[in-house]
Write a protein that binds this ligand. Structure first.
Ligand SMILES: Cc1cc2nc3c(=O)[nH]c(=O)nc-3n(C[C@H](O)[C@H](O)[C@H](O)COP(=O)(O)OP(=O)(O)OC[C@H]3O[C@@H](n4cnc5c(N)ncnc54)[C@H](O)[C@@H]3O)c2cc1C
Length: 410
């Protein structure tokens, strides 16, 4: 294992092994280590590493970063980044709406490359005392008396080790090995696939994120600082699987099929290769079983349209830590508070889950998207409300009020 950070030597049993050092895993490790737990944070990648993402931190994420302390928010604000003040959505028929973030002392989102953001969190976890082992892939789980008791991991040199822990946190993203080994993975429509790239000097980019919907899929784009725009092309899985086109090579010609995007990109200004990810949606039937918890995309990832994944990963980490820390302090190894984690997740995310799914399904229907976007274009107050809810600044129930639904649809 190539490792850095905190705890000298390996204990026989860690308080927690966290699999995956993305936002969910690094944040969980940071919080548990800061509370005095011995924490092993494993990732198959070496940081800094890229991650296919539109790299927008919904505005409420700033508050979570501030709560995390340890200089995390300062480091994010010192890194090259952009500020986005709202979201523009362009419907297949050409109608366009703009919603501004409302209801926050900082009514903007920070957007920065995942290479820097994720590395900031991993470094913070290491400073808090987590033992970070990079280039280490978890292949399997270790079991004792019907409960998860550790992981089987392989270093890049091929050395296989079994590490034991009181709790294993699966934070290993969309294709989580932990969730798969637990037999918890479920799929649901809409099934989509994404291609993301960094492009310099994109014409017409302003201080808002953009979402362009067509009858084929959608494109999300936004600045991430330094003259770079992150561009995500999201297509239905059947389109990608049913064709022999190489969407990575034909990325720019696909973008040109969206009327609001044609002519805005110079393919020679591609500054990072096109990354592919999917298929999604994917979610876990349960987020906690004896000896293990799932956090972030490993627990649920429906669709990137609303850009809430990083906030969910960080909030999920906070909820997991809240449930685990009392047990860590007393070195309780058997009765981890699994039910309370499931309950806390339902309370925190139920509205978001529903809204995220409805929007993800809705953008699959060009006629419905045209209709809703045209209404929102005429009602800036509603557009602000919807964008602020998906920015996690306001609770989802505000959108489900009958008066709001009626004005959106009729
Ligand atoms: C196209 C697209 C655009 C998106 N845009 C946005 C956006 O603008 N804003 C937003 O908030 N969210 C966005 N998301 C969602 C966001 O990327 C995720 O929700 C977020 O990355 C989840 O964080 P995580 O820590 O759960 O997982 P990840 O960030 O995926 O981290 C998982 C980590 O686990 C590691 N890992 C995986 N398997 C193993 C293993 N077997 N052993 C060891 N390590 C392992 C990986 O190397 C990785 O570092 C987007 C997603 C997609 C697909």
């Amino acid at each position: 294992m190539r490792s850095r950070g905190g705890t000298p030597g390996f204990p026989l049993i860690w308080d927690a092994i966290v699999v995956g050092a993305g936002p969910a895993g690094a944040t969980t490790a940071l919080l548990l280590a800061r509370a005095g737990g011995s924490v092993l944070l494993l990732d198959r990648a070496r940081f800094p590493r890229d991650k296919p993402c539109s790299e927008y931190l919904s505005p409420a994420t700033t508050d979570v970063l501030q709560r995390l302390g340890g200089g995390v928010l300062d480091a994010v604000e010192r890194a090259t980044h952009a500020r986005l003040y709202g979201m523009k959505v362009v419907a297949p028929g050409g109608a366009a709406m703009l919603g501004r973030f409302r209801g926050a002392s900082r009514p903007y989102s920070l957007a920065l490359p995942r290479t820097s953001f994720d590395a900031i969190l991993v470094a913070a976890a290491a400073r808090a005392g987590a033992h970070v082992a990079e280039a280490t892939t978890v292949e399997n789980l270790a079991w004792e008396r019907g409960a998860v008791a550790g992981v089987v991991a392989r270093s890049r040199k091929g050395r296989r080790v079994t590490c034991h822990a009181r709790i294993v946190v699966g934070a290993d993203g969309l294709r989580s090995v932990v969730a798969r080994r637990l037999g918890l993975v479920r799929y649901s429509p809409p099934r989509r696939f994404a291609f993301t790239a960094h492009v310099a000097d994109v014409a017409g980019v302003d201080q808002v994120g953009e979402l362009h919907v067509s009858d084929r899929g959608y494109v999300g784009l936004g600045p991430v600082g330094g003259g770079i725009t992150t561009v995500a092309l999201v297509l239905p899985l059947h389109v990608v699987r049913g064709s022999d086109r190489d969407y990575r090579r034909e990325f720019f010609s696909e973008l040109d099929r969206f009327p609001g995007l044609a002519g805005r990109f110079d393919p020679r200004r591609l500054v990072r290769e096109v990354l592919a990810t999917g298929p999604f949606a994917q979610w876990a039937k349960a987020a906690a079983v004896p000896g293990a918890l799932l956090v972030g995309d490993a627990a649920d990832f429906f669709d990137p349209f609303t850009g809430q994944g990083i906030h969910t990963a960080l909030r999920g980490a906070e909820l997991a830590a809240d449930c685990l820390i009392p047990g860590l302090a007393h070195r309780v190894s058997t009765t981890m508070p699994l039910q309370s984690y499931e309950r806390a997740r339902r309370r925190a995310f139920r509205g978001k889950w529903l809204l995220e799914r409805l929007i993800a399904l809705g953008v699959g229907s060009p006629a419905l998207t045209d209709r809703v976007v045209a209404r929102l274009a005429r009602r800036p107050d509603l557009a602000d409300l919807l964008v602020s809810v998906t920015g996690n600044l306001l609770p989802a129930r505000r959108v489900f009020a009958p008066s709001v639904l009626a004005r959106l649809l009729w």
